[in-house]
Write a protein that binds this ligand. Structure first.
Ligand code: AMP
Ligand code: MG
Length: 345
Protein backbone atom coordinates (compact mmCIF):
# COMPACT_ATOMS: atom_id res chain seq x y z
CA UNK A 1 0.00 0.00 0.00
CA UNK A 2 3.01 2.24 0.49
CA UNK A 3 3.21 2.70 -3.27
CA UNK A 4 -0.29 4.14 -3.52
CA UNK A 5 0.61 7.15 -1.36
CA UNK A 6 2.08 9.28 -4.15
CA UNK A 7 -1.14 8.88 -6.07
CA UNK A 8 -3.32 9.78 -3.09
CA UNK A 9 -1.23 12.78 -2.24
CA UNK A 10 -1.12 14.09 -5.74
CA UNK A 11 -4.81 13.87 -6.32
CA UNK A 12 -5.66 14.92 -2.81
CA UNK A 13 -3.86 18.19 -3.36
CA UNK A 14 -4.86 18.55 -6.94
CA UNK A 15 -8.54 18.01 -6.34
CA UNK A 16 -8.42 20.93 -3.91
CA UNK A 17 -7.14 23.07 -6.75
CA UNK A 18 -9.60 21.91 -9.38
CA UNK A 19 -12.74 22.15 -7.28
CA UNK A 20 -12.49 25.93 -7.24
CA UNK A 21 -12.63 26.09 -11.05
CA UNK A 22 -15.55 25.85 -13.42
CA UNK A 23 -17.07 22.97 -11.50
CA UNK A 24 -16.48 20.57 -14.43
CA UNK A 25 -16.56 16.98 -13.21
CA UNK A 26 -13.78 14.84 -14.66
CA UNK A 27 -14.13 11.30 -15.99
CA UNK A 28 -11.56 9.09 -14.32
CA UNK A 29 -9.91 5.71 -14.81
CA UNK A 30 -7.70 3.99 -12.24
CA UNK A 31 -5.81 0.85 -13.04
CA UNK A 32 -2.70 -1.12 -12.21
CA UNK A 33 0.04 -1.33 -14.84
CA UNK A 34 3.86 -1.27 -14.95
CA UNK A 35 3.86 -2.52 -11.37
CA UNK A 36 2.18 0.62 -10.06
CA UNK A 37 -1.19 2.29 -9.56
CA UNK A 38 -2.11 4.68 -12.36
CA UNK A 39 -4.86 7.25 -12.70
CA UNK A 40 -6.11 9.39 -15.57
CA UNK A 41 -8.60 12.24 -15.20
CA UNK A 42 -10.12 13.74 -18.31
CA UNK A 43 -12.08 17.00 -18.36
CA UNK A 44 -13.31 17.29 -21.96
CA UNK A 45 -13.35 15.60 -25.39
CA UNK A 46 -14.75 12.09 -25.89
CA UNK A 47 -13.93 11.29 -22.28
CA UNK A 48 -14.86 7.61 -22.08
CA UNK A 49 -13.28 6.66 -25.42
CA UNK A 50 -10.24 8.74 -24.52
CA UNK A 51 -9.78 6.99 -21.18
CA UNK A 52 -10.10 3.61 -22.83
CA UNK A 53 -7.61 4.50 -25.57
CA UNK A 54 -5.08 5.92 -23.09
CA UNK A 55 -5.36 2.91 -20.84
CA UNK A 56 -4.91 0.57 -23.81
CA UNK A 57 -1.82 2.49 -24.92
CA UNK A 58 -0.25 2.07 -21.46
CA UNK A 59 -1.21 -1.60 -21.16
CA UNK A 60 0.13 -2.33 -24.63
CA UNK A 61 3.48 -0.73 -23.76
CA UNK A 62 3.62 -2.70 -20.52
CA UNK A 63 3.17 -5.83 -22.63
CA UNK A 64 6.23 -4.85 -24.68
CA UNK A 65 8.53 -3.43 -22.02
CA UNK A 66 7.84 -5.52 -18.90
CA UNK A 67 10.70 -7.59 -17.62
CA UNK A 68 8.44 -9.87 -15.61
CA UNK A 69 6.04 -10.74 -18.44
CA UNK A 70 7.77 -13.68 -20.17
CA UNK A 71 6.03 -12.84 -23.46
CA UNK A 72 7.19 -9.20 -23.65
CA UNK A 73 9.64 -7.91 -26.25
CA UNK A 74 12.13 -7.09 -23.47
CA UNK A 75 11.88 -10.64 -22.05
CA UNK A 76 12.57 -12.05 -25.51
CA UNK A 77 15.62 -9.79 -25.84
CA UNK A 78 16.81 -10.85 -22.37
CA UNK A 79 16.23 -14.55 -23.08
CA UNK A 80 18.60 -14.34 -26.06
CA UNK A 81 21.44 -12.63 -24.17
CA UNK A 82 24.80 -14.03 -25.16
CA UNK A 83 23.57 -16.31 -27.93
CA UNK A 84 24.78 -13.99 -30.70
CA UNK A 85 21.40 -13.75 -32.41
CA UNK A 86 19.86 -10.28 -32.89
CA UNK A 87 16.26 -10.11 -31.71
CA UNK A 88 13.82 -8.37 -34.07
CA UNK A 89 11.89 -5.72 -32.15
CA UNK A 90 8.94 -3.39 -32.71
CA UNK A 91 9.38 0.34 -33.29
CA UNK A 92 8.44 1.37 -29.74
CA UNK A 93 10.79 -1.01 -27.95
CA UNK A 94 13.57 0.04 -30.33
CA UNK A 95 12.90 3.70 -29.56
CA UNK A 96 13.07 3.27 -25.79
CA UNK A 97 16.28 1.19 -26.04
CA UNK A 98 18.00 3.75 -28.28
CA UNK A 99 16.83 6.62 -26.12
CA UNK A 100 18.09 4.90 -22.95
CA UNK A 101 21.49 4.36 -24.51
CA UNK A 102 21.64 8.04 -25.42
CA UNK A 103 20.98 9.04 -21.79
CA UNK A 104 23.72 6.64 -20.65
CA UNK A 105 26.13 8.40 -23.03
CA UNK A 106 25.08 11.88 -21.88
CA UNK A 107 25.49 11.05 -18.18
CA UNK A 108 28.23 8.41 -17.96
CA UNK A 109 28.12 6.28 -14.82
CA UNK A 110 24.65 7.49 -13.84
CA UNK A 111 22.15 5.64 -15.99
CA UNK A 112 22.24 2.08 -17.26
CA UNK A 113 19.22 -0.01 -18.29
CA UNK A 114 21.34 -3.18 -18.10
CA UNK A 115 21.18 -2.73 -14.31
CA UNK A 116 18.71 -5.69 -14.07
CA UNK A 117 21.13 -8.32 -12.61
CA UNK A 118 21.99 -5.87 -9.81
CA UNK A 119 18.30 -5.20 -9.09
CA UNK A 120 17.92 -9.00 -8.83
CA UNK A 121 20.95 -9.34 -6.54
CA UNK A 122 19.31 -6.87 -4.14
CA UNK A 123 16.03 -8.81 -4.37
CA UNK A 124 14.10 -5.78 -5.64
CA UNK A 125 12.62 -7.77 -8.51
CA UNK A 126 11.32 -10.69 -6.45
CA UNK A 127 10.43 -8.75 -3.26
CA UNK A 128 13.12 -10.71 -1.38
CA UNK A 129 15.05 -7.56 -0.52
CA UNK A 130 18.41 -8.07 1.18
CA UNK A 131 21.99 -6.80 1.06
CA UNK A 132 23.73 -9.10 -1.43
CA UNK A 133 26.95 -11.00 -0.69
CA UNK A 134 29.91 -9.19 -2.27
CA UNK A 135 30.61 -12.04 -4.69
CA UNK A 136 26.99 -12.05 -5.89
CA UNK A 137 27.09 -8.29 -6.37
CA UNK A 138 30.42 -8.49 -8.26
CA UNK A 139 29.04 -11.20 -10.55
CA UNK A 140 25.96 -9.06 -11.25
CA UNK A 141 28.05 -5.90 -11.81
CA UNK A 142 30.14 -7.70 -14.46
CA UNK A 143 26.94 -7.85 -16.54
CA UNK A 144 26.08 -4.14 -16.31
CA UNK A 145 27.22 -2.27 -19.40
CA UNK A 146 24.80 -0.73 -21.87
CA UNK A 147 27.63 -0.47 -24.44
CA UNK A 148 27.11 -4.22 -24.73
CA UNK A 149 23.48 -3.70 -25.61
CA UNK A 150 23.78 -3.46 -29.39
CA UNK A 151 20.90 -1.66 -31.06
CA UNK A 152 20.66 -1.85 -34.85
CA UNK A 153 18.14 0.76 -35.99
CA UNK A 154 18.33 -0.24 -39.66
CA UNK A 155 17.54 -3.87 -38.95
CA UNK A 156 15.10 -2.95 -36.11
CA UNK A 157 16.84 -5.48 -33.89
CA UNK A 158 18.91 -5.56 -30.71
CA UNK A 159 21.24 -7.95 -28.97
CA UNK A 160 22.78 -8.34 -25.51
CA UNK A 161 26.37 -9.43 -25.91
CA UNK A 162 26.93 -11.30 -22.64
CA UNK A 163 25.00 -14.31 -21.36
CA UNK A 164 23.15 -13.27 -18.20
CA UNK A 165 22.75 -9.61 -19.21
CA UNK A 166 19.23 -8.24 -18.89
CA UNK A 167 17.48 -4.99 -19.63
CA UNK A 168 15.22 -3.30 -17.02
CA UNK A 169 13.26 -0.29 -18.27
CA UNK A 170 11.87 0.69 -14.85
CA UNK A 171 13.54 4.10 -15.08
CA UNK A 172 11.98 5.17 -18.41
CA UNK A 173 8.92 3.07 -19.22
CA UNK A 174 6.42 5.23 -17.33
CA UNK A 175 7.62 8.35 -19.13
CA UNK A 176 7.18 6.62 -22.47
CA UNK A 177 3.73 5.45 -21.35
CA UNK A 178 2.86 9.06 -20.44
CA UNK A 179 3.73 10.16 -23.97
CA UNK A 180 1.60 7.47 -25.57
CA UNK A 181 -1.33 8.08 -23.22
CA UNK A 182 -1.08 11.84 -23.83
CA UNK A 183 -1.23 11.26 -27.60
CA UNK A 184 -4.19 8.86 -27.26
CA UNK A 185 -6.13 11.44 -25.22
CA UNK A 186 -5.46 14.25 -27.69
CA UNK A 187 -6.67 12.06 -30.56
CA UNK A 188 -10.03 11.92 -28.80
CA UNK A 189 -10.26 15.69 -28.56
CA UNK A 190 -9.06 16.00 -24.97
CA UNK A 191 -7.41 19.32 -24.15
CA UNK A 192 -7.56 19.19 -20.34
CA UNK A 193 -6.41 16.13 -18.40
CA UNK A 194 -4.28 14.97 -15.52
CA UNK A 195 -2.35 11.68 -15.50
CA UNK A 196 -0.52 10.08 -12.59
CA UNK A 197 1.41 7.10 -13.87
CA UNK A 198 3.03 5.95 -10.64
CA UNK A 199 4.56 9.24 -9.53
CA UNK A 200 5.07 10.60 -13.03
CA UNK A 201 2.49 13.36 -13.19
CA UNK A 202 1.57 14.56 -16.67
CA UNK A 203 -0.80 17.44 -17.38
CA UNK A 204 -2.56 18.18 -20.66
CA UNK A 205 -3.34 21.82 -21.28
CA UNK A 206 -4.78 23.79 -18.37
CA UNK A 207 -7.40 23.23 -15.73
CA UNK A 208 -10.98 23.58 -17.00
CA UNK A 209 -11.05 27.16 -15.65
CA UNK A 210 -8.09 28.07 -17.90
CA UNK A 211 -5.47 28.38 -15.16
CA UNK A 212 -2.33 26.23 -14.89
CA UNK A 213 -2.42 22.88 -13.09
CA UNK A 214 -1.01 22.93 -9.57
CA UNK A 215 1.11 19.81 -8.99
CA UNK A 216 2.56 18.96 -5.60
CA UNK A 217 6.11 17.63 -5.29
CA UNK A 218 6.25 15.31 -2.29
CA UNK A 219 8.48 15.90 0.70
CA UNK A 220 10.84 12.90 0.48
CA UNK A 221 11.10 12.81 4.28
CA UNK A 222 7.32 13.11 4.82
CA UNK A 223 5.87 11.71 1.62
CA UNK A 224 2.29 12.49 2.60
CA UNK A 225 3.13 16.21 2.67
CA UNK A 226 4.20 18.63 -0.05
CA UNK A 227 7.71 19.98 -0.53
CA UNK A 228 6.50 22.56 -3.03
CA UNK A 229 3.77 23.10 -5.57
CA UNK A 230 4.47 23.69 -9.27
CA UNK A 231 2.36 25.42 -11.93
CA UNK A 232 2.37 23.23 -15.03
CA UNK A 233 0.85 23.18 -18.53
CA UNK A 234 1.44 20.42 -21.12
CA UNK A 235 4.31 18.91 -19.15
CA UNK A 236 5.41 15.95 -17.06
CA UNK A 237 6.83 16.25 -13.56
CA UNK A 238 8.75 13.05 -12.87
CA UNK A 239 10.15 12.43 -9.40
CA UNK A 240 12.79 9.91 -8.35
CA UNK A 241 13.67 9.42 -4.72
CA UNK A 242 15.11 6.83 -2.43
CA UNK A 243 11.90 6.99 -0.36
CA UNK A 244 9.82 5.43 -3.14
CA UNK A 245 11.04 1.85 -2.77
CA UNK A 246 13.40 0.66 -0.05
CA UNK A 247 14.06 -1.79 2.76
CA UNK A 248 15.98 -1.62 6.01
CA UNK A 249 18.60 -4.09 7.21
CA UNK A 250 20.58 -3.71 10.45
CA UNK A 251 19.22 -0.19 10.82
CA UNK A 252 20.46 0.93 7.38
CA UNK A 253 18.07 1.96 4.63
CA UNK A 254 18.71 0.65 1.10
CA UNK A 255 16.73 2.08 -1.82
CA UNK A 256 16.07 1.10 -5.43
CA UNK A 257 18.05 3.67 -7.41
CA UNK A 258 21.41 2.06 -8.03
CA UNK A 259 24.73 3.72 -8.74
CA UNK A 260 25.93 1.70 -11.78
CA UNK A 261 29.57 2.35 -10.73
CA UNK A 262 29.26 0.71 -7.30
CA UNK A 263 26.19 -1.55 -7.51
CA UNK A 264 24.95 0.06 -4.28
CA UNK A 265 22.01 2.43 -3.82
CA UNK A 266 23.16 5.86 -4.99
CA UNK A 267 24.39 8.18 -2.23
CA UNK A 268 24.72 11.47 -4.06
CA UNK A 269 23.59 13.97 -1.47
CA UNK A 270 20.06 14.07 -2.86
CA UNK A 271 16.80 12.87 -1.34
CA UNK A 272 14.73 13.46 -4.46
CA UNK A 273 14.91 14.87 -7.96
CA UNK A 274 11.92 16.19 -9.89
CA UNK A 275 12.37 16.83 -13.60
CA UNK A 276 9.79 18.94 -15.43
CA UNK A 277 9.74 18.69 -19.22
CA UNK A 278 7.36 18.62 -22.17
CA UNK A 279 9.36 15.54 -23.20
CA UNK A 280 7.76 12.95 -20.92
CA UNK A 281 10.29 10.17 -21.47
CA UNK A 282 13.20 12.58 -20.94
CA UNK A 283 11.67 13.68 -17.63
CA UNK A 284 11.44 10.10 -16.39
CA UNK A 285 14.92 9.01 -17.49
CA UNK A 286 16.59 12.17 -16.19
CA UNK A 287 14.93 12.03 -12.77
CA UNK A 288 16.61 8.66 -12.20
CA UNK A 289 19.95 9.59 -13.81
CA UNK A 290 20.27 12.96 -12.04
CA UNK A 291 19.43 11.39 -8.68
CA UNK A 292 22.56 9.26 -9.17
CA UNK A 293 24.53 12.22 -10.54
CA UNK A 294 24.05 14.39 -7.43
CA UNK A 295 23.31 18.12 -7.10
CA UNK A 296 26.42 19.65 -8.70
CA UNK A 297 26.42 17.46 -11.81
CA UNK A 298 22.63 17.73 -12.09
CA UNK A 299 22.76 21.55 -12.10
CA UNK A 300 25.70 21.61 -14.53
CA UNK A 301 23.74 19.32 -16.88
CA UNK A 302 20.65 21.55 -16.54
CA UNK A 303 22.82 24.56 -17.37
CA UNK A 304 23.96 22.88 -20.60
CA UNK A 305 20.41 22.31 -21.91
CA UNK A 306 17.10 24.09 -22.30
CA UNK A 307 14.59 21.24 -22.43
CA UNK A 308 13.88 20.59 -18.73
CA UNK A 309 13.73 22.18 -15.28
CA UNK A 310 14.53 20.73 -11.85
CA UNK A 311 13.53 20.60 -8.21
CA UNK A 312 16.36 19.08 -6.17
CA UNK A 313 15.91 18.19 -2.51
CA UNK A 314 19.28 17.71 -0.82
CA UNK A 315 20.20 15.69 2.26
CA UNK A 316 20.90 18.95 4.10
CA UNK A 317 17.30 20.14 3.60
CA UNK A 318 17.92 22.57 0.74
CA UNK A 319 15.38 22.73 -2.05
CA UNK A 320 16.95 23.99 -5.29
CA UNK A 321 14.46 25.07 -7.95
CA UNK A 322 15.72 25.99 -11.40
CA UNK A 323 14.83 29.36 -12.81
CA UNK A 324 12.31 28.16 -15.42
CA UNK A 325 9.97 27.02 -12.63
CA UNK A 326 10.24 30.19 -10.56
CA UNK A 327 7.03 31.76 -11.79
CA UNK A 328 4.08 30.09 -10.11
CA UNK A 329 6.08 27.80 -7.86
CA UNK A 330 5.22 27.77 -4.14
CA UNK A 331 7.39 26.46 -1.30
CA UNK A 332 5.45 24.28 1.16
CA UNK A 333 7.94 22.83 3.63
CA UNK A 334 9.47 25.77 5.53
CA UNK A 335 7.83 24.53 8.73
CA UNK A 336 9.77 21.26 8.30
CA UNK A 337 13.13 23.04 8.12
CA UNK A 338 13.56 23.29 4.35
CA UNK A 339 15.19 26.31 2.79
CA UNK A 340 14.43 27.26 -0.82
CA UNK A 341 16.68 28.74 -3.47
CA UNK A 342 16.47 29.45 -7.20
CA UNK A 343 19.29 28.22 -9.46
CA UNK A 344 19.95 30.66 -12.30
CA UNK A 345 21.90 30.28 -15.53
P1 AMP B 1 12.58 5.72 -11.25
O1 AMP B 1 11.54 5.36 -10.25
O2 AMP B 1 12.05 6.26 -12.54
O3 AMP B 1 13.66 6.57 -10.69
O4 AMP B 1 13.28 4.36 -11.70
C1 AMP B 1 13.84 3.48 -10.77
C2 AMP B 1 13.92 2.12 -11.43
O5 AMP B 1 14.87 2.18 -12.50
C3 AMP B 1 14.43 1.03 -10.49
O6 AMP B 1 13.35 0.39 -9.85
C4 AMP B 1 15.16 0.11 -11.47
O7 AMP B 1 14.21 -0.70 -12.14
C5 AMP B 1 15.75 1.06 -12.48
N1 AMP B 1 17.08 1.62 -12.12
C6 AMP B 1 17.66 1.71 -10.88
N2 AMP B 1 18.85 2.35 -10.95
C7 AMP B 1 19.02 2.67 -12.27
C8 AMP B 1 20.05 3.34 -12.99
N3 AMP B 1 21.14 3.85 -12.38
N4 AMP B 1 19.90 3.48 -14.33
C9 AMP B 1 18.81 3.00 -14.96
N5 AMP B 1 17.80 2.36 -14.34
C10 AMP B 1 17.89 2.20 -13.01
MG1 MG C 1 12.78 7.56 -13.94
Amino acid sequence: MKRSLPFLLCFGLLSGCTSGGSGTQPSEAQFFSMDTLMSIRVYDGNAQQALQAARQAVTRLDGLLSRTDPDSAVSTLNAHAGDGLPVALDEQTMEVLSFSKSIARLLPGCFDITIAPVMDAWGFTTETRHVPAQEDLSAAMALVNSDKLLVDETASAARLELAGMEVDLGAVAKGFAARQADAALREQGVTSALLDLGGNVTVLGCKPDGSAWQVAVKDPQNPDQALCVLSLEDETASTSGGYERYFEEDGVRYHHIIDPETGYPAESGLLSVTVVSSNHMLADALSTALYVAGPEKALAFWDSRDDFELVLCTQDNRVIVTQGLEEGYRPAGEDRGYTYEIARR
